[in-house]
Ligand binder design. Structure first.
Ligand code: PRP
Ligand code: URA
Length: 214
C-alpha cells in the first residue's frame, strides 16, 4: 500500500499481542468484547494527542500554577452500528462525558455496498472545534467508512478522525483518498480482502463475535 499522510498504522507490541488473541477463533465473546475495549483505549490515547485544551489554575499544597486541561465537550464519538458499539466504552474510559452519535449501516452481502438505516447525532456535533471520532473495528472495502464520513460532513462536522482496529489495504487507500482531510488510525494493516469482502487474516465478522450472534 502507498504511504498516506493521513494514515497512522499502530505498531506497538502491546496492541499486537491483544490483536493476536482477538483474531483467535477460540476467543470467547466476553474476552473479545473486553479486548476490543482495551485496544480502543490504547488507540484513543494516541489519537487525541491534539485534543483542544484550555488553561486552568490549580492550587497545589505549595503554590498555584497554570495547567492545560482538556476543553469541556470537545469530543464526540460516533460508532457505526453494530460493531462500532463495541469500541465506545474504550473511548469513554478516557473521555467519560463525550456525547455519542449513532450511524446504522450494514453491508449488502452480494454487492458489498453499505446500506444506511439509522442516524442520530448529538445536536452540537457541528461546533467549530469539536473533534468527531468515527469508530468501527473493521475497515474492509471502505464503503461504510466513506459513506459515514460523507454523512458527518453533510451534518457540518469539521474535524473528523476515523479509528478502526483492523484495516485492509484496499479500504484504507479508498478512505484516505476520498477524505484526505480525515486522519485514519488503524491498529494493524492486514493482507487483503477475500472474494466475499472479508479481511484476511482478519478476525471474521466483528459484529457477530462481539454480540454472539453466530
Ligand atoms: C462490518 C463492519 C463495518 C463494515 C466494513 O459491518 O463492522 O461496518 O462491515 O466493511 P466495508 O469497509 O466493506 O464497508 P456489517 O456490515 O457486517 O454490519 P454489522 O456491524 O451490523 O454486523
Ligand atoms: N466486516 C467484518 O466484520 N469483518 C470483515 O472481515 C469485513 C467486514
Amino acid at each position: 500500500m502507498k504511504n498516506y499522510d493521513n494514515v497512522v498504522v499502530f505498531d506497538h507490541p502491546l496492541i499486537r499481542h491483544k490483536i493476536a488473541i482477538l483474531r483467535d477463533e477460540k476467543t470467547s465473546t466476553k474476552e473479545f468484547r473486553e479486548l476490543v475495549e482495551e485496544i480502543t483505549t490504547l488507540m484513543t490515547y494516541e489519537c487525541f494527542k491534539d485534543v483542544p485544551t484550555v488553561e486552568k489554575e490549580v492550587t497545589t499544597p505549595l503554590e498555584t500554577c497554570t495547567q492545560q486541561v482538556v476543553k469541556d465537550n470537545s469530543v464526540a464519538i460516533v460508532p457505526i452500528l453494530r460493531a462500532g458499539l463495541g469500541m465506545v466504552n474504550g473511548i469513554h474510559a478516557l473521555f467519560p462525558s463525550a456525547r455519542v452519535g449513532h450511524i446504522g449501516m450494514y453491508r449488502d452481502e452480494e454487492t458489498l455496498q453499505p446500506q444506511s438505516y439509522y442516524c442520530k447525532l448529538p445536536y452540537d456535533i457541528d461546533e467549530e472545534d469539536k473533534m468527531v471520532l468515527l469508530v468501527d473495528p473493521m475497515l474492509a472495502t471502505g464503503g461504510s467508512a466513506c459513506d459515514a464520513i460523507d454523512l458527518l460532513k453533510k451534518r457540518g462536522c469539521k474535524h473528523i478522525k476515523f479509528m478502526a482496529i483492523i484495516g485492509a489495504p484496499e479500504g484504507v487507500s479508498r478512505v484516505a483518498e476520498a477524505h484526505p482531510d480525515v486522519k485514519i488510525y488503524v491498529s494493524t494493516l492486514d493482507r487483503c480482502l477475500n472474494e466475499h469482502g472479508y479481511i484476511l487474516p482478519g478476525l471474521g465478522d466483528a459484529g457477530d463475535r462481539l454480540f454472539g450472534t453466530k
